[in-house]
Design a protein around this ligand. Structure first.
Ligand SMILES: [Zn+2]
Ligand SMILES: [Zn+2]
Length: 419
């Protein structure tokens, strides 16, 4: 059996940013194939048009070149060209349900700590890529997913297992790109997880909560410049339009249906006191508990932006800058995790909820399953961390890895048996 800690260290040594996980995905594909999975990747595993924040060509090319130098199979790389780094593995068994597990593979633009006290330094597996680091634990997630795949391949299954290895969780909406391709549309139950999130080693939460859906907007107001004293009436004041839009966006009512947030975080424009400003730029974000509420906020914000622009006879271009869905955990899936966590005897404490308070794109895959009447949960596996997530000195306690694999195997077998 693959050593989950050794796998994690190997992945940690070669971190790749969202949509550049060429080497990681190739390793995942090769291992899954060797265990007999039907493996889909590239355009078969994701819809490239549903991605967001795809990295610049030079970032993508550098990672692609590193994978080539590392000897990654040319046919695999070719299928992933342009950042198509999602992987879906299926193993069919009996007529039982289809059970999915989702793991993210991307790293962050963080320079890893060289301090001697940092375990990857002590054990010699620090990032080999300057400026890129697995600082969120996704190396651990991928390793857990692979070890789980091998365990589930060891004997016949009563149902079908589908493993989703997703790119670009950190702001890239990799899960949305996979969901848009329909890869989760035959899944009856999906389990997602994160290591850490301030839950210490030995503990587990059957659901992470506090994720708000978020959407960003960039608005560019375009008016006409003019001399502020000689001919102000010939100008069209983009900054007045933007300023009045800001006040009205901030003045929107809160919703009675759930928590909402809105914030104009950037407003800039103009060049000099004696020039009517003809350009202004605004960045804002909206958050809410459900996607429907975000859609409603979005529609209201757009009306305000267009109305404020119309008042000043100014044009406005509106662009979505990225989003994350909210996330709903189902009782039945949570109960199954609780039962297996308790029965395993591996955990000192099993909680039903743990407040995470970040954003997470797994909700895109979960929602696709839930929409068809299936259920889902996003669990938090405790591991004592050495620094906050995304910090250069972040590390997990690797002791959490083998127990996570064992728990997910138990959860998978029970879900596949239809209970
Ligand atoms: Zn993160
Ligand atoms: Zn993360």
């Amino acid at each position: 059996m693959a050593d989950v800690i050794a796998l994690r260290r190997e992945l940690h040594r070669h971190p790749e940013l969202g949509y550049t996980e060429f080497r990681t995905a190739a390793r995942v594909i090769e291992l899954l194939r060797s265990w007999g999975y039907d493996v889909r990747f590239g355009a078969e595993a994701m819809d490239p048009t549903a991605r967001q924040r795809v990295p610049a060509a030079e970032v993508m090319d550098a990672s692609f070149a590193r994978a080539q130098e590392a000897g990654v199979d040319a046919a695999l790389l070719d299928a992933m060209r342009g950042g198509l780094t999602a992987v879906v593995a299926t193993r069919r068994g009996g007529d039982g349900p289809t059970v999915g597990f989702r793991f993210d593979m991307d790293a962050l633009p963080v320079d890893e700590s060289p301090e001697a006290g940092h375990l990857p330094v002590r054990e010699g597996f620090t990032s080999a890529v300057p400026g890129v680091m697995h600082a969120c634990g996704h190396d651990g997630h991928t390793a857990i997913g692979l070890a789980l795949a091998e365990r589930l391949a060891a004997e016949p299954l009563p149902g079908t297992v589908k493993l989703f290895f997703q790119p670009a969780e950190e702001g890239g909406a990799g899960a949305r790109a996979m969901a848009a391709r329909g890869v989760a549309d035959d899944v009856d139950r999906i389990f997602c997880m994160h290591l850490g999130c301030d839950l210490p080693l030995g503990m587990i939460a059957t659901s992470g909560v506090g994720f708000l859906a978020v959407r960003g907007i960039e608005a560019r107001f375009v008016g006409a410049p003019a001399h502020a004293a000689a001919a102000p009436e010939k100008g069209r004041h983009a900054l007045v339009a933007a300023a009045s839009a800001l006040l009205n966006v901030q003045a929107m009512p809160r919703f009675s249906t759930g928590m909402t947030r809105v914030n104009v975080g950037v407003l800039e424009g103009g060049t000099a006191t004696n020039v009517i400003p003809h350009r202004a730029r605004m960045l804002l974000e909206m958050r809410a508990e459900t996607l429907a509420e975000v859609d409603e906020l979005d529609a209201r914000v757009r009306r305000i932006l267009e109305g404020a622009a119309a008042m000043q006879d100014v044009a406005v271009e509106i662009e979505a800058t990225g989003s994350m869905p909210s996330l709903t955990n189902d009782d039945a899936a949570m109960r199954l995790v609780r039962d297996e966590a308790e029965a395993s005897g591996m955990f000192s404490e099993v909680r039903d909820t743990h407040l995470v308070g970040a954003s997470e794109d797994a909700g895109y895959l979960m929602e696709r399953v839930q929409r068809r009447g299936g259920d889902a949960t996003y669990m938090i596996m405790g591991t004592t961390i050495t620094a906050p997530h995304h910090h250069f000195a972040f590390d997990i306690d690797e002791e959490a890895l083998p127990s996570a694999v064992t728990l997910l195997e138990r959860v998978g077998r029970r879900a596949l048996a239809g209970s």
